[in-house]
Design a protein around this ligand. Structure first.
Ligand code: SF4
Ligand code: SF4
Length: 441
């Protein structure tokens, strides 16, 4: 019987990992559809440890940070028990780690301590999960009820929380039934002292069934979760790491210059300026981005790493004053669009084209125009995602390629072009004003 179980377990695990890596490869390919990114000063390991592993920015808001920490630490530490479950599954054994140390007081003590520690963390994670469910569904926190959270995003957030409850239930059922079957064999803090006494009235057969149900339920839940992650906002638990590694560490709000435009401006200010010769490709360069494939791969990695938490939208002055713009939606739309393009390429090959574009079909011009470039969204994001960079690229396309600037801005653009300054004074008038100032000194 144990061999049949091991064979089923190995087959299920292989199928799960096959589909997980298949989807992972698709996401990688989609990210590669973006332009190259010139990252001069990447955050590297330091930013990966502080932002992704240490969740440094989460601690700007203590209560949610502590609740997240409970779930996060439980998730990380539970992997020890998960390794044992996997090894048991592959070999058909039962509590392999315990049997390896059985008979040694120190070894058994350490085993019981680790499992008890996992149990305590699991209870804390359970409490945090229930609080998150209440906050998300009953308290109607504004950032969770915005229009972009209707439908799948809301369901996605809830599914994952219910899933966590199921996994915790299974682990306690497994440990509790095991402790009830073998009184005194283990010393698990919660299972031995609280759950086993509650299960003691059940027959041996029922306890065996419960233990196996908990074991299979937990491992199948984990494997299903692994396959679900690439389709969910929870992809951030993996992508937050490379995303933090490649984080561009520039001063807050720094805007990338466009070399062609910079040359024109320099030529306006200095008639002797000779721009360096540019390649034909650079001369024909498209300004800004119209579709997701015009963005850089880092923008696309940002989109896949977004947790949809809405902290950026909460801090956005445009959103606060009732404008249509939500930086979270910018990230969600970018991800949806690159997924759509990726699906199209999968079916029709690299030549795939549809009539849609990120700007216009997903993100409206009104949203793009509403941004004040204040950088608050980047500042607030717990994983330093940069919605502003995407907005600026879309806006550059709108204005420089399609000449769709708001009427009020055109006056300023005309002034820059004719007067070399945003104001309505000719250079001669400005020189005169300067001379007058100098004479007055
Ligand atoms: S930079 Fe734009 S999108 Fe970001 S918070 Fe400011 S106004 Fe909102
Ligand atoms: S961009 Fe950052 S702050 Fe905004 S929803 Fe995504 S993870 Fe949250």
């Amino acid at each position: 019987m144990q061999y049949i179980q091991a064979i089923i377990f190995i087959a299920v695990t292989l199928v799960t990992f096959y589909f997980f890596f298949k989807k992972g490869k698709e996401i990688y390919n989609n990210i590669q559809l973006g332009r190259s990114a010139d990252i001069q000063n990447k955050g590297g390991l330091k930013s990966m440890i502080l932002l992704a592993l240490g969740q440094k920015k989460m601690f700007q808001n203590m209560i949610p940070a502590v609740l997240h920490l409970c779930i996060y630490v439980a998730f990380v530490i539970t992997q020890i028990e998960l390794i044992e479950i996997f090894l048991d599954g592959f070999t058909g054994s039962h509590r392999m780690f315990f049997h390896a140390v059985q008979g040694s007081m120190a070894g058994e003590g350490m085993y019981n301590f680790v499992i008890s520690f996992i149990e305590v963390l699991s209870v804390l994670a359970l409490i945090a999960t229930v609080i998150f469910l209440v906050r998300r569904n009953l308290l109607r926190v504004p950032r969770f009820v915005m229009p972009e959270m209707n439908g799948w995003p809301k369901m996605d957030g809830n599914i994952i929380l219910y899933w966590e409850i199921f996994l915790v239930f299974c682990i306690f059922l497994m440990n509790g039934a095991d402790a009830a079957l073998y009184p005194g064999k283990y010393g698990f803090l919660i299972s031995d002292n609280i759950i086993a006494p509650m299960l003691s009235g059940f027959s041996e057969g029922t306890l065996h069934f419960m233990e196996r149900f908990g074991w299979w339920g937990h491992i199948l839940g984990v494997l299903a979760f692994l396959n679900y992650i690439p389709y969910s906002k929870h992809l951030h638990i993996m992508l937050a790491f490379p995303n933090a590694y490649y984080l561009e560490e520039t001063p807050a709000g720094k805007v990338e210059n466009m070399p062609n435009i910079t040359n024109e401006i320099k030529a306006m200010f200095d008639p002797n300026f000779t721009p360096a010769p540019v390649s034909e490709e650079a001369a024909n360069e498209k300004f800004g981005a119209k579709d997701a494939t015009d963005l850089t791969w880092k923008n696309l990695l940002d989109a896949y790493s977004c947790t949809e938490c809405g902290r950026c939208t909460d801090a956005c002055p445009a959103n606060q004053t009732g404008k249509l713009l939500s930086p979270r939606k910018i990230m969600m739309d970018t991800r949806d669009r690159i997924e759509e393009i990726g699906e199209g390429i999968k079916k029709e090959g690299k030549e795939f084209k549809d009539e849609k574009a990120l700007l216009g079909d997903y993100i409206s011009e009104e949203e793009v125009k509403a941004c004040t470039s204040c950088n608050a969204c980047v500042q607030e994001c717990p994983v330093s995602i940069n919605p502003l960079n995407i907005i600026l690229q879309l806006r550059r396309y709108m204005i420089l390629e399609e000449a769709k600037s708001p009427e009020e801005w055109n006056v300023m653009f005309n002034n820059i072009e004719n007067n070399m300054a945003p104001w309505q004074f000719s250079p001669m008038d400005r020189d005169k004003w300067k001379e007058e100032l100098e004479e007055a000194e």
